[in-house]
Write a protein that binds this ligand. Structure first.
Ligand code: 4NP
Length: 161
C-alpha cells in the first residue's frame, strides 16, 4: 500500500480535486487497493468545509463525483505518508516548516512529475478552474507513471496488460 497526501492551502479546491482525480486514475488501472489517497490543507481556515462548488462542478463535468471535508495537515501525517504532493512553492515551504525540514525526501510539487515542472495554477485567485484541473491531471498522470516504474514489483503491475 502506497500512501499519498495531496496538499494545498485551504483543502477545498486543488488538493481535493487531485485526491478525486488520482482515485479515479488508479481505480481505472485496477490499482485502487494499492493506494491510500487523501488530501489536506496547510491552513485551518477552511477546516470542516466541503469542496468549493466551482471545483466540484469542474470535477462533475469530467464525470468525477465525490466528497471531501477540509482538514489541516499534521506533522504526524507527513511522517506516516509515503508521498506528500503539494500544489505550489508556497505549500512546499509551509509543509517543510511544519516538519522542521524533516521528510523533505517525500515532499514533491505535483507538477514536478511532468515534462513542464510548474505550480498548479491557484483557481482561488485566477478563477480558472479548468486550468487548475488540467494542471492537476497532468501532474497526477506524471506521478502515476513515476510510481508504476518506481514500485512496479510491489504493485505487480505489467504495463503490457
Ligand atoms: P485551495 O484554494 O488551497 O486550492 O483549497 C484556496 C482556498 C481558500 C483560500 C485560498 C486558496 N483562502 O484564501 O481562503
Amino acid at each position: 500500500m502506497i500512501s499519498v497526501i495531496f496538499v494545498c492551502l485551504g483543502n477545498i479546491c486543488r488538493s481535493p480535486m487531485a485526491e478525486l482525480i488520482f482515485k479515479k486514475m488508479t481505480a481505472e488501472r485496477g490499482l485502487a487497493l494499492s493506494f491510500d489517497i487523501t488530501s489536506r490543507g496547510t491552513s485551518d481556515e477552511e477546516e470542516g468545509n466541503g469542496i468549493y462548488p466551482p471545483a466540484k462542478k469542474m470535477l462533475r463535468e469530467h464525470g468525477i463525483v465525490g466528497e471531501h471535508t477540509a482538514r489541516q495537515l499534521t506533522k504526524r501525517e507527513v511522517i506516516n505518508a509515503d508521498y506528500v504532493l503539494v500544489m505550489d512553492s508556497s505549500n512546499l515551504f509551509d509543509v517543510l516548516r511544519l516538519t522542521g525540514g524533516a521528510c523533505s525526501d517525500k515532499v514533491y510539487k505535483l507538477c514536478s512529475f511532468t515534462s513542464r515542472p510548474r505550480d498548479v495554477a491557484d483557481p482561488w485567485f485566477t478563477r480558472d478552474f479548468s486550468r487548475a484541473y488540467a494542471d492537476i491531471c497532468d501532474g497526477c498522470e506524471g506521478f502515476l507513471n513515476y510510481i508504476l516504474s518506481a514500485h512496479a514489483d510491489m504493485l505487480g503491475y505489467d504495463s503490457r496488460h
